[in-house]
Design a protein around this ligand. Structure first.
Ligand code: C2E
Ligand code: MG
Ligand code: MG
Length: 393
């Protein structure tokens, strides 16, 4: 099973005629790599299958796979320009991997999917682990649809504190899935799937509604300056950021201060369609919703990108925070991030503080805010409220 990488980008940016040209050229290159009695066919879109008949040796198949990958990775000349469009290949064998056509194709497809997740421009093979992973994933996919319909979720709130005086300045809302049979399911296990199958907008809408009501209540009752931070997914910035923009409107309509909510975005988002993202972020920031970059240091962002956006907080990823007590390069990076953020007028929040030593070193490095098990775990509504009451008195 062979699938072109990022073929959609060719269509979107150069038009369908250019896309057709690439497909035709691909077919020619594929034909050049295989023998006369072997079958190549286009399944649809940018997907091809190649069937090797008889007793072709696995080593031979691997060689042909590599040959195909490098043939297809050569530039395509379109409108006198070089266009690049690599391919990913998944391989399954009959009768070892499956004894019927449908399963064989599905298994090759899964292998191809893994080749893509391994960075594209790759050949990969079907394995039994893939089948069990696939079945697990299908389980979650099915259950997640029910979970969204029945709202089987709740939020916990983890305090973000001023490291000098322990005052709670914010809290991060973190989603939990109350699975009827499996118990609590971590967001790490279902958010990426929700993003892929298009359920993330609905889930996020629920999170936003819960968190904004809660923030409003806590601000009116205990802590007028409290902000609740919500995690967002890059998918939500599609469609000109319509969902994100509607949140600001919704707060205003409900007479909730926009300062009650702040949004956490991922670093990689800033690398995408710049103009659209700049527009969405600046629109909601003008209304008073603050923006934090989550897990800073783990993605592909650079400080060069940061200067194009107006950002309020940068959350240093826990991996750097954990390294700060060592004399590693990561520790040096952590300090450098703090210094540079300051120069750009961005506040820094350290994530995942687990020890007193980490906290002291962060303070010394000039980091004012922190979050982590040392300070407080993610808490239920009741337990978070107790902390707010304690702080009040
Ligand atoms: P995140 O936004 O970076 O959230 C921080 C994660 O670190 C949370 O994991 C939190 O429980 C954990 N954590 C906090 N303090 C410590 C510490 O001292 N040590 C360690 N090792 N971990 C600590 P959690 O709740 O499992 O969430 C995982 C990720 O799932 C979040 O990472 C976020 O990316 C995503 N997520 C959670 N809730 C939502 C949501 O409502 N929407 C979206 N789109 N993503 C969410
Ligand atoms: Mg977060
Ligand atoms: Mg984080």
């Amino acid at each position: 099973m062979l699938d072109l990488d990022k073929f959609k980008d060719v269509n979107d940016s150069l038009g369908h005629e250019a896309g057709d040209h690439v497909l035709i050229e691909c077919s020619k290159r594929i034909k050049n790599c295989i023998r006369k009695n072997e079958i190549a066919a286009r399944l649809g879109g940018d997907e091809f299958i190649i069937v090797f008949l008889g007793t072709t040796l696995p080593e031979d198949i691997d060689n042909i796979g590599q040959k195909l990958i490098s043939a297809l990775a050569q530039p395509y000349v379109i409108q006198e320009k070089n266009v690049y469009c690599s391919a990913s290949i998944g391989i399954a064998f009959y009768p070892d991997d499956a004894t019927d056509i449908d399963t064989l194709l599905r298994n090759a497809d899964q292998a191809m999917y893994r080749a893509k997740t391994r960075g594209r421009n790759n050949v990969d093979y079907f394995t039994e682990n893939m089948r069990t992973d696939f079945l697990k994933r299908m389980d979650i996919v099915q259950d997640l649809r029910v979970a969204v319909a029945q709202k089987q979720f709740h939020l916990v709130y983890q305090p973000i504190v001023n490291l000098q005086n322990q005052q709670i300045i914010k809290a991060e809302a973190l989603i939990r899935w109350d699975h009827p049979d499996k118990g609590l399911v971590s967001p790490i296990d279902f958010i990426p799937i929700a993003e892929e199958i298009g359920l993330i907008n609905e889930i996020s809408e629920w999170v936003f509604n819960q968190a904004s009501q809660q923030a409003n209540f806590w601000r009116n009752t205990y802590s007028p300056d409290l902000t609740i931070s919500i995690n967002t997914s890059p998918v939500q910035f599609k469609n000109k950021g319509a969902q994100i923009k509607s949140w600001a409107e919704s707060l205003i309509l409900q007479d909730i201060s926009c300062e009650a909510i702040s949004l956490e975005i991922t670093e990689n988002l800033l690398m995408e369609n710049q103009a659209e993202i700049v527009d969405t972020l600046s629109e909601i920031r003008q209304k008073g919703i603050a923006i934090s970059i989550d897990d800073f240091g783990t993605g592909y962002c650079s400080f060069a990108y940061l200067k194009n956006y107006s950002i309020d907080y940068l959350k240093i990823d826990k991996s750097f925070v954990h390294a700060i007590s060592s004399e590693s390069k990561d520790a040096a990076l952590c300090e450098a991030i703090i210094v540079m953020a300051k120069k750009l007028n961005i506040e820094v929040i350290a994530e995942g503080i687990e020890t007193e030593q980490q906290k002291q070193l962060l303070l010394q490095a000039g980091c004012l805010f922190g979050q982590g098990y040392l300070l407080a775990k993610p808490l239920s509504i009741d337990n978070f409220e107790k902390l707010l009451i304690e702080q009040d008195t």
